[in-house]
Design a protein around this ligand. Structure first.
Ligand SMILES: [Zn+2]
Length: 425
């Protein structure tokens, strides 16, 4: 067996460890965020490898399957724009910027290769004030240097979209290079745009830019097949009353063939919480049925959750309560609970448990927000919370969201809080 084949086989199967909860969680996170998972995106089918891992965990815990699904699997397809090959950006002939560290590309960028000394240097404010009207842009690279602006108002933010429309209609400039002091944050797109847009934030970017050279290899993947992974533990007293726990396992994948977005906090941590709770409840059967759902495609628009609620393997009306677990890896400053001002009694229950045990330094309340996988369920009338941890490392949608720097500060306490909450639902 060749070495890579061994690695491949290893990662197909769940790691079961004889450790305390947090230590087990760390192992799951290390595996799910490892380079062999390719950032759980769509390059090298990272998302599929992660699905295999979770499937093997559910299987090793002997979770029950719904007959409406294929084993634990529910197929979900969507379009996705990917960058499996070269992603290069060079400034002034000599400064080769590092993807993920010095710059990110817009996730809807098309394939492109170009070198230009024809630079139009401006700012969004100047464009908003009409300073670009009449300036010839054909075959130029537009450099937006926003470094001297602390924040841009909404009108200026709209300029980029305006530029996109302008370029599309007139086929003018070749690319936008936008330099700012804003944290580099990547995402993933289901669309392919019309020109590349580079976002730079690096001390390596000089104040004067005389040339720009770039090369992006891009592949658009229509109807990419992924899976929600779903299993359950039947309740001992109330099998028809369901408590649903969700956590998305997809992340952003790769921006080029070298740059991985590991997604340790977002959301290997939440999947680790889901898996450790599943393992716990197999040994400690709950009174109500607990359904565990590892959802796909969250980062590209809650695709897995929307698909699940359109075709659920059980009646959504039977859901007593749903908790969506996303970003479970810190807790230094407690947790934030989306929908806690909607489901006030449940929020009071969490508070009272926490007052007794002080699991969290604080539980912050928040109203409804369609910012993670609870949303499609909530829109269908399912009572639900979305809980995320606060404080600690601020890495988010970047190359620094790594397992080795994720503290899991309050992981055991968070787990204890959830178990007690679930027991009282
Ligand atoms: Zn997330």
């Amino acid at each position: 067996m060749k070495p890579y084949a061994i690695v491949f086989t290893l990662f197909l199967f769940c790691a079961t460890f004889c450790f305390a909860q947090k230590e087990t969680a760390l192992k799951h996170i290390a595996i799910l965020s490892s380079p062999q998972m390719y950032g759980r995106g769509y390059v090298q089918n990272g998302v599929g490898l992660a699905a295999n891992y979770i499937d093997s965990c559910f299987s090793s815990y002997k979770l029950h399957t719904f007959k409406e699904l294929q084993g634990y699997r529910q197929a979900v397809t969507f379009d996705v724009n990917t960058f499996p090959g070269i992603v290069k950006l060079c400034i002034n002939d000599t400064i080769n910027l590092t993807p993920g560290v010095d710059f990110v590309i817009a996730s809807n960028s098309p394939a492109a290769k170009y070198t230009s000394k024809d630079i139009v240097r401006t700012t969004k404010l100047r464009i908003a004030n009409g300073k670009l009207i009449g300036v010839p842009l054909k075959n130029t690279v537009l450099v937006l240097d926003e470094r001297s602006y602390a924040s841009a108002d909404e009108r200026i933010n709209q300029v980029t979209q305006g530029l996109q429309a302008m370029s599309y209609q007139k086929n003018e400039f070749k690319a936008i290079v936008e330099i700012s002091n804003k944290k580099l944050t990547w995402d993933v797109s289901e669309r392919k745009g019309t020109f590349p847009h580079f976002y730079l934030n690096s001390p390596r970017v000089p104040s004067h830019i005389s040339s720009v050279s770039y090369h992006i290899e891009q592949t658009f993947l229509p109807k990419y097949q992924t899976y929600n992974i779903c299993g359950y533990i039947p309740g001992t007293l109330y099998p028809d009353s369901l408590i649903v726990l969700t956590a998305h396992y997809d992340h952003l994948g790769m921006m080029g063939n070298k740059t991985i977005f590991p997604g340790a906090n977002d959301n290997a941590s939440g999947v680790a919480m889901l898996l450790t709770l599943a393992e716990y409840y197999v040994q400690n059967p709950p009174q109500k049925t607990i359904v565990f759902v590892a959802l796909t495609g969250e980062e590209i628009g809650l695709k897995g959750a929307f698909a699940f609620v359109e075709n659920p393997p059980f009646s959504l009306k039977n859901i007593n309560f749903l908790v969506n677990i996303d970003l479970a890896g810190t807790g230094d400053d407690g947790i934030q609970v989306v929908n806690s001002t909607v489901f006030k009694q449940k929020a009071a229950l969490l508070d009272s448990i926490n007052t007794t045990h002080t699991y969290m330094p604080t539980i912050k309340k928040r109203g409804e927000a369609c910012n993670s996988d609870h949303c499609p369920f909530y829109m269908k009338g399912v009572p639900s919370f979305f809980i995320y941890t606060l404080g600690g490392i601020q890495a988010y949608h970047d190359v620094y969201d790594k397992p080795e720097t994720l503290p899991l500060t309050r992981f055991n306490e968070y787990s204890a809080l959830l178990k007690e909450f679930i027991s009282m639902l």
